[in-house]
Design a protein around this ligand. Structure first.
Ligand code: PBG
Length: 324
């Protein structure tokens, strides 16, 4: 048999495969989500996310230093708010001395070079567990956007480098940009969760923050997973309104969307390798069904191949160890 082209030539050894690899993961690719709680010396494992923890501020200071020493350069902060501080207005979300604001300061003090990103949405602060203000059974848009803009400014005041609105209200990126400009925060970035779908895969995260919706679901603001073109519409609008980075979320079941968004915009695109995706690998590995390390690398590489410039992932530390 004579063949003009033999594709296996470039697969015959690890060295050749490495030379022609199209997608290379780097510690620079990752955003590390961190869950923060009140208390001292708290490092509590999240039952639905084995191997992942809620941290008190002292532990956060330690963790941020460790992440930096591993080459990880950005964190994304989420806070678990005690029930008694939750209401229907997001009061605690804009408290200058709230847990989020203290977490931002703690992280920045511990490691000034670390890029500190913050979640902007009302669900951890909402007595209803919704991302916005509730009236009857409605999640009201415009009043929510006002709070999100104030919340973003309060994060900027505390020292956040990038605010990350994950709420999917209409017009929030423009409103946040305007509020930051008005307050002279001309260096604060916005990473917009632009194409965020209503997904069952957020379940473990809602356990982590005790933020599951008290009634109904999030389908009047998060997108229908049946839709593709809508993701482009949402993303282009966010860019128009001033997003510096856009995001597709969840990740694994949405690689097609990630590629299309990447091809449609000229800003960096991030993807969120969400809690359910983390827990699926953990559970399968624990049951002996999958090799955890290999599953992590294959998953993260798929995100980058699909077009992600940045990957928010609970596997960031594992990834750094594995790509060594
Ligand atoms: C809330 C928010 C969610 C996540 C990030 N921000 C959950 C939700 O929308 O209900 C999910 C992250 C994950 O599952 O890892 N605004």
């Amino acid at each position: 048999m004579y063949l003009q082209r033999r594709n296996r030539i470039l697969r015959q050894s690890p060295a050749i495969r490495a030379l022609v690899a199209e997608t290379i993961l780097s510690p620079d690719d990752f955003i590390v989500p961190l869950f923060i709680v009140e208390g001292k010396d708290v490092k509590e494992e999240i039952s639905t996310m084995p191997g992942y923890y809620r941290l008190s501020l002292d532990q956060l200071a330690r963790e941020v230093k460790e992440l930096w020493s591993l080459g990880l350069k950005s964190i994304l902060l989420f806070v678990k708010v005690p029930d008694e501080l939750k209401d229907n207005k997001g009061t605690e979300a804009v408290n200058p001395d709230g847990l989020m604001q203290r977490a931002i300061k703690t992280a920045k003090n511990s490691c000034p070079d670390m890029v500190v990103m913050t979640d902007v949405a009302l669900d951890p602060f909402s007595s209803y567990g919704h991302d916005g203000i509730v009236e009857g059974h409605d999640i009201v848009n415009d009043a929510t956007v006002d709070v999100l803009a104030a919340m973003s400014v309060s994060h900027a005041i505390a020292g956040a480098d990038i605010v990350a609105p994950s709420d999917m209200m209409d017009g929030r990126i423009g409103a946040i940009r305007e509020a930051l400009e008005e307050s002279n925060f001309t260096k604060t970035g916005i990473m917009a969760y632009s194409a965020k779908y209503a997904s069952c895969f957020y379940g473990p995260f809602r356990d982590a923050l005790d933020s599951a919706p008290g009634f109904g679901d999030k389908k009047t603001y998060q997108m229908n997973y049946a839709n593709r073109i809508e993701a482009i519409k949402e993303t282009l609008m966010d860019v128009e309104e001033g997003a510096d980075i856009v995001m597709v979320k969840p990740g694994l079941a949405y690689l097609d969307i990630l590629r299309e968004v990447k091809d449609a915009v000229t800003v960096p695109v991030s993807v969120y390798n969400i809690s359910g995706e983390y827990s699926m690998i953990k559970a399968a590995a624990k049951a002996g069904f999958l090799d955890e390390d290999k599953a992590i690398l294959e998953t993260l590489t798929a995100f980058k191949r699909a077009g992600a410039d940045l990957i928010a992932t609970y596997f960031a530390k594992d990834a750094v160890r594995l790509i060594g």
